[in-house]
Design a protein around this ligand. Structure first.
Ligand code: GLU
Length: 283
């Protein structure tokens, strides 16, 4: 079982179309179904009209998928359950410093940068100071939950993952470096889960055997494998496909104003053109 897992907080662009078609190609090669999952945990950004537009784009490209569609927002209980298992094992801790506070702190108060280039968390005391940390703890202030990376690694060790080619063949073991991420956030203050936690819970719940997604998520696979090991979940094989870059060499993104599929469709309504352009012609 494969899954296409867009976030309905904006329109799809060509990069998403590539991901969708790469999922379809592997599902066909392996003769296994593909399903759709809406990664809509960010309630402040997810919108029903984006979800409807995504399903419309998928239908336009002619990609068949197996219902039911899973919406992450309907499974907060499952994420809470996974989180409480990690809490019972003393593998997570409440953390008070906000993202803003971390970003505003001097770089000497970070523990370097993570693979995405974001400040690596050095602990609440480093960021907001011991007194403020104690104060927020005493008044039970809203907290995020972070993974104790050192204990997690002690518990299950550094994992490898299986990378396969675009047709699901030629498996190769890939080394991971979860420590590069530091104590990652597994549940936010305003959202009781995170991308990392939800994705491993869902991939297991949906019996996903092959994860096909963009190469930008390859470093995050280190976290996903670690969480799978900690939670005793089966590990799928992964295929991280090429990214479509824009003129400045960065990957296409909603935030950088990539042209939506909807706008492309208006100029060129024949999906066969886009499929061919992306290297997945209609057979
Ligand atoms: N929701 C993620 C995205 O839109 C994809 C996550 C995944 O495939 O693991 O980039």
């Amino acid at each position: 079982m494969l899954r296409f897992a867009p976030s309905p907080n904006g329109p799809l662009h060509k990069g998403h179309a590539l991901s969708l078609l790469a999922n379809e190609a592997m599902a066909k090669a392996l003769d296994t179904p593909m399903t759709v999952r809406m990664e809509d945990i960010d309630r402040s950004r997810a919108r029903p009209h984006f979800e409807a537009a995504i399903l419309d784009d998928i239908a336009w490209l002619g990609v068949a998928w197996q219902p039911p569609m899973r919406r992450q927002s309907e499974h907060f209980a499952a994420y809470e359950d996974a989180l409480s298992r990690l809490r019972d094992a003393d593998l997570i801790y409440p953390s008070f410093a906000t993202r803003k506070e971390i970003a505003a702190a001097k770089a000497t108060r970070w523990a370097g940068r993570d693979p995405d280039g974001a400040p690596r968390f050095a602990g609440d005391e480093a960021v907001i100071g011991p007194e403020e940390t104690a104060r927020r703890r005493a008044e039970d202030a809203p907290a995020a939950w972070r993974l104790r990376m050192d204990r997690a690694l002690e518990a299950v060790g550094v994992q490898t993952f299986t990378e396969v080619d675009g047709l699901g063949g030629n498996p190769a073991q890939v080394a991971t470096d979860p420590a590069a991420w530091g104590d990652v956030v597994l549940a936010r203050k305003e959202v009781p889960t995170s991308y990392h936690l939800s994705v491993v819970v869902d991939d297991a719940a949906q019996a996903i055997t092959h994860v096909v997604r963009g190469a930008d998520l390859r470093p995050a696979t280190a976290i996903h494998r670690l969480l799978q090991a900690l939670l005793g979940l089966a590990a799928p094989a992964y295929h991280h496909h090429r990214l479509i870059l824009c003129a400045n060499g960065r990957k296409l993104s909603k935030s950088s104003g990539a042209t939506s599929l909807a706008a492309t469709r208006e100029l060129q309504p024949d999906p066969a053109v886009m499929r061919t352009q992306l290297g997945y012609p209609t057979l």
